[in-house]
Design a protein. Structure first.
Length: 283
């Protein structure tokens, strides 16, 4: 397949450049399903941006790399650790991820980015109290580049889906549910739930298959492995350009799916994008 050897080398270089980094201990979401009790949860929009951890001095990526934000961008930020999303707006994930990955920040790009804070990892208070703490931090700060994501009490499944429809119609990605009594704990927990019209997850590219017919000589499917060790193929969702130069071995990709098969594999899994939200390694 065209460019396969070079892409594989690039993928290995990326892994070698990033393997020494250790990401912050972040809280991760489970998936909401109809019938789950909504009492006690807060609901907010799920932003399709780049996850960023403010450690009191600098922004850190999910993978543990320093995000080279301009000094003026973080001026006035509190010394309290914050968890949030670097966001440019609906449908602009590729732009914000490109800005975040630069070794030298581009001021014009960063003027369009905002840090949307949704939690305080160091606080020992339950989430309902952490909401108030976040608002107090924002009011006390003179920084204009960060704000707190709006949280509203969840009510019913019907109301949740109605809000989801509005968010999706505006170009959004989905919703998040966060239980008001929960403490910040690293790892996956049903204290945080994502609400989407489809499910999504990440997997690492471990191989490629060649296409047939009009895709002969190009990518047919990615062979991927998810965090549970399951291996499967992603054969749809690619543009012709992506089939000509597919994600290299070692790249992390996001895919969407609709539940699991009887064999516990993602049903109707298809490619969404490469997760280009880690800064480039220093040379």
């Amino acid at each position: 397949m065209k460019n396969r050897q070079g892409l594989a080398i690039i993928g290995l270089w990326m892994i070698a450049g990033w393997c020494l980094a250790q990401g912050p201990a972040l809280q991760l979401a489970q998936t909401y399903e109809k019938g789950m009790v909504l009492q006690g949860y807060w609901v907010s929009e799920k932003l399709d941006g780049v996850r960023a951890y403010w450690n009191g001095e600098q922004l850190i990526s999910k993978g543990g790399h320093v995000i080279k934000a301009p000094a003026w961008f973080v001026r006035g930020y509190p010394d309290t650790p914050m968890d949030g999303e670097l966001w440019m707006g609906h449908g602009r994930f590729a732009e914000v991820s490109a800005a975040v990955r630069r070794l030298q920040p581009n001021a014009q790009e960063w003027r369009q980015i905002r840090y949307k804070v949704f939690d305080l990892p160091a606080s020992e208070a339950p989430f309902s109290q952490r909401i108030q703490q976040m608002k107090a931090l924002a009011l006390a700060s003179n920084a204009y580049t960060f704000s707190v994501i709006e949280q509203q009490p969840a009510s019913s499944h019907v109301a949740l889906l109605q809000r989801l429809d509005k968010v999706m119609a505006a170009g959004g990605e989905g919703l998040m549910l966060h239980h008001g009594d929960s403490l910040y704990q690293a790892g996956r927990s049903d204290a945080i739930l994502k609400v989407k019209t489809y499910q999504d997850a990440e997997a690492v590219v471990i191989g490629h298959t060649e296409g047939k017919g009009k895709y002969r000589g190009m990518l047919g499917a990615l062979v991927v492995q998810d965090e549970a060790g399951r291996r499967f193929k992603l054969g749809s969702g690619f543009s012709d350009a992506q089939r000509q130069i597919p994600p290299p071995i070692g790249a992390t990709v996001t895919y969407k799916y609709y539940g699991l098969t009887a064999n516990e594999l993602p049903r109707f899994a298809s490619f969404l994008r490469v997760r280009h939200d880690e800064p480039l390694a220093e040379p």
